[in-house]
Unconditional design. Structure first.
Lengths: 986, 434
């Protein structure tokens, strides 16, 4: 046996204290700084082959008693760890740490209770730091801030309305009608991200007649916000994204869509730090489509203009009535945005804390819309004994979003739809006493709707996480600890939608009030035992095993009152009342075991298996097994590849399986309430139950090569993945003559293959300028490899306007439609050809920092009905241009294509976007001593986009988070924002 | 190492014990399930199915009246958010009816959902030990009558493309049956329901069957529908026989009959065909030919009231709102006496009993402030008159298109725009073509 070597993770450094006594020991001390001489606070200083160690204080200083002849490892997050011979370190030595451009020493959480350094990782795990997340130009919500920062992700906005609503898909379509969204884990708590409909379908009739909510096929057309948007980006220390089963298998049945692991900020030992930051900004519409200007000449050439319409225009013209750009009037509001964050953090050897209180308040681009979020967070860590550490993170959030009425609609009431048929000569403004005229050109007067309606979502939410680490056994070669993590996520959501009887479209219902009350409680825990065994210094084995459980209890009550008494909103102040209650409960249980082996710090082998069962499965008692395995081989750590060119060279491969449980209730054939004249009635639900429903299973093989050159100043990461989804869940269309229109089935297999390429570099580094850059490229291709049910159009609007369709041998996201030659052909694919992004930070004189994020999406099609609606209503800006062969006005010509050719509606949505750009200046030498630093900055978000896409924004998904992404139906337009930032550190 | 393995073993073992004891199955927290109803249903459970069935008749009914009315050139539905009412359905430009669009998929699915409910009702009644044999007959007779009516509505849309009759086993559906065979099957379903009612005890209450809610009344309603099917089948003697057993009355109120009723109660439905007068944006308008072709003094002009402003969309316009259903709780007829009188007239014309036919048509004319029929008394002339009276009497009740098709006269329906087409039938929904 050769020399003993103990590989330990950063986590263990923190919790371990010296317990060996050495005969020959000496005190050493030193100061750790970065290359510019600034102290590195909280750097870990540990003795190799032992659990002995300490951390640097606020000045970067440390003191440690070490045995002579030992090796010290000094490192810190964001810096490359370095080894020193303790005997060579003089007292008060100055140690300079180099920045870890390639992030090789970053610790990445890979297991439920274990972590490894990035240099040994078998997967490409994306990490987003606090600075990248919110330090450039803050986005509307936390989830919107992920856009362009995750290679492998395809992110769309369900709506531009205040409060957001984002659809995130990692590495392609992972499910058809199952959950496609990733799991969010905040400090060990599985956080709910349900989008709850406010029942707007009652007035919009977006989905058929009668239904209260437009929830179908895993998506909703009511454009609710995602609940994950409640989180505050400012509290987040870092985000890790496990993009597929190969990395996320330990999360079992919830991991098929990937896992987003969020770690919030913690206090550090040392002086208490107080920081206040204030943002002030303006939100405005990113783009307007423009409106049609009518003239006698162009109306005469318009076959769709009826004589009465032409007459109305002539009358308005001769009466000298003002012409209005209603689009600008409706979406032209400038929203004021403010955001204040106070944070206090600090700690001592036993306890540390992080507290933050924050509030943001934003106006919308439509009057009477806006978003307010107030949040309190307290994170505490306490060391009970040398062997036991507990941590609590708690977060209270209160948010309120006024979201307007936008999106798909079959009643002519949503603002975009009403605008689409309202000509500039319509007179919609209120008279002196505030009475709005009826809009003769649409079912609603959008100005009246905006002024008088309410659509509010209000949330009160508690997220509390608990962490326990207890060392059960410590020995020279082995130590064992118990890790317990878990927590609760509880929220109350109130949705309040009021449409007073005075509204034009309330002529029948005479006032509608829809009051929704939702209570959701999620709990989860993980208990695991972790043993680290180091039989020799060339081998380290980490074994972990444990239990997990997740539960969910969702209860939604929607009350729909019509014929509401004027001025009232309570649902009992009404002539008629309907109610709908939806409850969802589930419990998932898992058992896992995982083994990680590190051989001479160069070869890392991982294998594990998880067994899962769920109350949503057909067989609730059956455990499904999900194995995983990984290997990473760091060639530069081997003797045969020691050269100056490669600083680091690693080959890696990982395989894993995960699943997606069936939707709640898919086992049962249910009855729906169908009353008549006071007789309670039941009618068979059109969805047939499937008692034998199984979870869908995902397997993913990921391989890659990572290398860094020039002492880590230039690093590359290349990844290829092959992700197969077996037995994917689909709501199969049944011949509706069976009485059922759909049933959940395990319908077939689906494959996603893709490549991700990442580069991190520091092209310029001098005393005056430092430039850090990262470039990412990613693409994904999907293919349906097996389909056991007949292929029919899915989602969207049928072949006439372009429809998704799952077909064996074809891309899962293909869009089919009428091809103008009498048949149905593929007209597009929602999948982009590729995406690329680059994040850059250029620092001048260590004080002035310019940061920007560019994002290019090439290819991929949307189903654009916004332009169609405008053509159909005769209001599109280019309506009267003649560029078609038929010599008709373009707007009219495009309408003539409806029913024979859908090419016009399936549009490429490529874009190049300067997503975020910010310029910040730090003052560090200040005249007063109690202020340690001031930072000021300006930023622009979403200000520059180059696209040929003919609607408000190419990043659109108005049908929610499900499979039908890229559908564009008169959304609340996407916004841009300009902010001024100032922050003080005390 | 051994010690660790022991720890894990104990840990996993205890884990296994904890887990096997707490597996969860929450059931369906939101709904009653079909499985539970088909075991041994009580009277109140069976009555829930009856009411659900009656209520379900109204699902997509406004859409059905829309699509057959639009193709039959009775009405326009202008909707700023839904172009297909004025494009596909009128055959604008190159537009065709699609087998995946709402105008066939939604109506078809809604009808077959009711048929499914009827089949569950039959199964539940047969499996129940809590009801008497005659009560069973009542449930089954009702279920069969409604099935026949729903199948007929599907067939009205798909015509020669046929419908599926045998749908009792969702996993093993019967074949698509052509027009003639489908009508035969519908007629025999109605006949077997009549037989069920002959010794039935009705243990349920209905909302829209006022006066026809006992076994005798349900038989009359059943025969009224049978008469409609008989004329579709050109079985004129059968039609007259069915009328005799129905609530047909030459002197009776035109509006005696069975109806879909609407209400504001919880879980109930409103008449969504109703739109107040003079609305904009979302409107239903009478086709301009309705007013243009109407005889002077016909009070049925009141079914299409003049608007304060012309409504127009996509090259179409009309100055009359539809005013057949004048509130959101106005009932929509399933079948009523006015149609039965016209069926009587039709059967008599076809049997060449023209005097009785004219007498019946005059009852209709007089009922609408018109003078007696003064035209030629011949079979062709009276057919024209009969169809015209049907057009005005049954306006927006879903008949015009079907009637003109029955008599091969679709080419006489007016075309508004040069490229428009009059469709003869809908394709089968895409889901049926598998």
């Amino acid at each position: 046996m050769r020399k003993l070597f103990l590989q330990m993770t950063g986590l263990i450094y923190l919790i371990s204290l010296p317990y060996f006594t050495f005969s020959q020991a000496r005190d050493i001390s030193g100061r750790v700084t970065d290359t510019k001489g600034l102290p590195v606070v909280g750097a870990s200083v540990t003795v190799k082959q032992s659990a002995q160690g300490t951390m640097t204080d606020a000045d970067g200083k440390f003191k440690l008693n070490v045995p002579s002849g030992s090796t010290l490892i000094i490192g810190s997050a964001g810096y490359r760890a370095q080894a020193f011979n303790a005997d060579d370190l003089a007292a008060g030595a100055q140690i300079k740490l180099e920045e870890d451009v390639a992030r090789l020493d970053e610790v990445v959480v890979t297991g439920l209770a274990t972590a490894v350094k990035r240099r040994n990782l078998a997967n490409a795990v994306t990490t987003i730091s606090s600075k990248e997340l919110s330090g450039v130009a803050p986005a509307q919500t936390f989830d919107a801030a992920l856009e362009g920062k995750i290679p492998g992700a395809y992110i769309n906005a369900n709506t531009g309305a205040p409060g957001g609503g984002i659809s995130v898909k990692l590495r392609g379509v992972t499910s058809v009608y199952g959950n496609t969204q990733p799991l969010y884990v905040v400090d060990g708590v599985f956080v709910d991200n349900t989008a709850t409909s406010a029942g707007l379908n009652v007035v919009t009739a977006a989905l058929g007649n009668g239904a209260i909510t437009s929830n179908a096929n895993g998506s909703t057309q009511d454009n609710p916000s995602s609940r994950i948007a409640d989180l505050r980006a400012e509290d987040i220390e870092s985000i890790e994204i496990l993009k597929g089963a190969s990395a996320a298998a330990v999360y079992g049945s919830k991991a098929a869509g990937g896992v987003v692991i969020i770690t919030t900020k913690k206090g550090k030992e040392g002086k208490t730090r107080v920081s206040i930051s204030q943002d002030l900004g303006q939100i405005s519409v990113r783009k307007l489509l423009g409106v049609r200007h009518y003239t006698d000449a162009n109306l005469a050439k318009d076959p769709a203009a009826s004589p009465s319409f032409i007459q109305a225009f002539k009358d308005a013209e001769s009466a000298g009535l003002p012409m209005h750009d209603y689009e600008k009037e409706v979406w032209g509001n400038k929203g004021f945005a403010r955001n204040t964050v106070l944070s206090v953090s600090g700690g001592n050897a036993k306890t540390n804390f992080y507290f933050s209180g924050s509030q943001k308040d934003e106006g919308g681009i439509m009057k009477n819309t806006g978003y307010r979020n107030s949040s309190l967070r307290l994170n505490l860590e306490h060391r009970l004994t040398d062997n036991i550490k507990i941590g609590v993170s708690s977060n209270y959030i209160n948010s309120s979003a006024d979201r307007g009425l936008t999106g798909n609609d079959n009643a002519g009431v949503s603002v975009g739809i009403a605008l689409s048929s309202t000509p500039e000569f319509a007179q919609l403004h209120p008279d002196a006493s505030g009475n709005y005229p009826n809009n003769p050109y649409a079912a609603s007067n959008p100005l009246q709707t905006i002024a008088l309606m309410t659509n509010n979502e209000a949330v009160n939410r508690f997220i509390t996480g608990l962490n326990l680490e207890a060392i059960l056994q410590k020995g020279k070669k082995s130590n064992t600890k118990l890790v317990g993590k878990g927590g609760i996520d509880f929220y109350n959501l109130e949705t309040n939608a009021i449409f007073p009887s005075i509204l034009q479209f309330q002529a029948v219902n005479k006032g509608t009030s829809i009051q929704g009350f939702t209570k959701n409680l999620n709990t989860n825990y993980i208990f695991s035992l972790v043993n680290t065994l180091t039989p020799s210094d060339r081998l380290s084995l980490t074994t972990s095993a444990g239990l997990t459980q997740e539960t969910g209890d969702y209860n939604n009550l929607l009350n729909v009152a019509t014929q509401v008494i004027a001025g009232q909103s309570n649902v009992n102040q009404a002539g008629a009342l309907n109610a709908q209650q939806t409850r969802i409960k589930f419990q998932n249980e898992g058992i896992f075991i995982q083994e990680e082996a590190s051989i001479i710090d160069a070869l890392m082998l991982t294998a594990g298996v998880r067994f899962d069962r769920s109350s949503n499965n057909g067989d609730v008692a059956k455990y499904y097994a999900y194995p995983k395995a990984g290997i990473s081989w760091n060639l530069t750590k081997m003797n045969f590849l020691k050269n100056d060119l490669f600083d680091n060279l690693k080959l890696r491969a990982a395989y894993g399986e995960a699943n997606n449980v069936p939707a709640y209730g898919s086992k049962f054939t249910a009855f729906n309430i169908s009353n008549i004249a006071g007789n309670p009635g039941l009618i068979v639900n059109p969805q047939e139950g499937q008692p034998g429903i199984k979870p869908e299973r995902q397997t993913e093989l990921e391989t890659g090569i990572d290398f860094s050159l020039l002492k880590g100043k230039l690093s590359f990461e290349l990844t290829y993945y092959d992700k197969n989804i077996y037995d994917f869940l689909m709501q199969a269309s049944l011949p509706s003559s069976s009485g059922f229109t759909s049933e959940w089935v395990n319908a077939g297999n689906l494959r996603n293959q893709g490549v991700e390429f990442g580069m991190n570099a520091r092209p310029v580094e001098s005393k005056t300028i430092t430039w850090n850059t990262s470039v990412n490229f990613w693409q994904n291709r999907s293919s349906v490899t097996k389909l056991i049910i007949p292929s029919v159009p899915q989602g969207s609007f049928g072949y006439v306007l372009g429809s998704f369709q799952i077909q064996q041998g074809k891309s899962a996201t293909q869009i089919l439609g009428l091809d103008g030659k009498g048949g149905v052909s593929k007209l597009g694919d929602a999948e982009p050809t590729f995406q690329m992004s680059t994040y850059n930070e250029i620092t001048f004189f260590n004080k002035l920092s310019l940061r920007f994020l560019l994002h290019w999406k090439k290819g991929g099609q949307n189903v654009n009905l916004t332009s169609l609606e405008n053509d159909f209503g005769g209001t599109s800006a280019d309506y009267d241009r003649v560029t078609n062969k038929a010599g008709l006005p373009d707007g009219f010509y495009r309408i003539t294509q409806v029913g024979s050719d859908a090419h016009e509606f399936v549009q490429t949505s490529s874009y190049l976007r300067l997503r975020e750009i910010g310029l910040y200046y730090s003052f560090t030498k200040l005249p007063v001593s109690y202020v340690k630093g001031i930072r000021v900055g300006v930023s622009l978000n979403n200000y520059l986009t180059i696209t040929k896409y003919k609607s408000y924004d190419p990043e659109v998904s108005n049908f929610g988070t499900g499979f039908s992404s890229g559908v564009d139906v008169d959304p609340y337009p996407v916004t841009k924002r300009a902010d001024f930032h100032i922050s003080f550190d005390f | 190492m051994k010690k660790n393995i022991a720890i894990y073993m104990v840990f996993l073992l205890s884990a296994g014990l904890i887990f096997s004891s707490c597996k969860k199955d929450y059931g369906d927290l939101n709904h009653a399930t079909v499985e539970s109803f088909t075991k041994n249903a009580s009277v109140s459970e069976l009555n829930n199915l009856v009411s659900g069935t009656e209520s379900g008749l109204r699902n997509s009914l406004a859409l059905y009246l829309d699509v057959v009315g639009i193709i039959g050139r009775e009405l326009y539905h202008f909707s700023t958010s839904e172009p297909r009412y004025v494009t596909d359905l009128l055959g604008a430009n190159d537009a065709k009816l699609s087998n995946s669009n709402f105008y066939i998929t939604n109506t078809w699915a809604s009808r077959y959902a009711v048929i499914k409910n009827c089949n569950v009702l039959i199964q539940a009644a047969n499996n129940s030990t809590l009801v008497t044999a005659s009560q069973k007959s009542g449930y089954i007779g009702f279920a069969r009558t409604i099935k026949a009516y729903q199948l007929l509505m599907c067939l009205n849309q798909t015509d020669s493309n046929g419908i599926r009759i045998d749908v009792s086993d969702p996993n093993n559906l019967g074949p698509i049956v052509g027009y003639d065979d489908a009508l035969t099957a519908i007629a025999s379903l109605l006949d077997s329901a009549k037989n069920d009612f002959s010794n039935a005890d009705v243990a349920f209450s209905l909302a829209g069957f006022t006066g026809f809610s006992n076994a005798g009344g349900l038989t009359k309603a059943n025969r009224a529908l049978a008469a409609r099917v008989a004329v579709y089948r050109h079985q004129w003697d059968d039609a007259l026989a069915d009328l005799n057993e129905s609530f047909f009355s030459l002197q009776g109120n035109f509006n005696t009959g069975i109806f879909n009723v609407f209400g504001t109660g919880s879980g109930d439905q409103l008449n969504t065909f109703f739109i107040p007068q003079n609305q904009t944006g979302e409107v239903r308008l009478a086709h301009p030919s309705y007013a243009a072709d109407i005889e002077a003094n016909d009070d049925r002009i009141g079914k299409a009231t003049l608007r304060t402003a012309v409504a127009s969309l996509n090259g179409l316009s009309s100055d009359r709102d539809i005013w057949v259903y004048t509130s959101s709780t106005a009932p929509i007829p399933i079948i009523r006496n006015e149609e039965l009188i016209l069926i009587y007239a039709e059967a008599q014309i076809q049997k060449n009993d023209l005097v009785d036919a004219v007498a019946a048509l005059n009852i209709i004319r007089e009922g609408h402030s018109l003078p007696d029929y003064s035209g030629t008394v011949s079979q062709p002339a009276l057919i024209t008159e009969m169809l015209n009276q049907r057009r005005y009497s049954l306006f927006c009740e879903g008949h015009r298109w079907v009637d003109m098709r029955r008599y091969h006269l679709l080419d006489q329906l007016p075309i508004d725009r040069p490229e428009d087409n009059v469709w003869t039938e809908f394709p089968l929904p895409v889901s049926e073509q598998q």
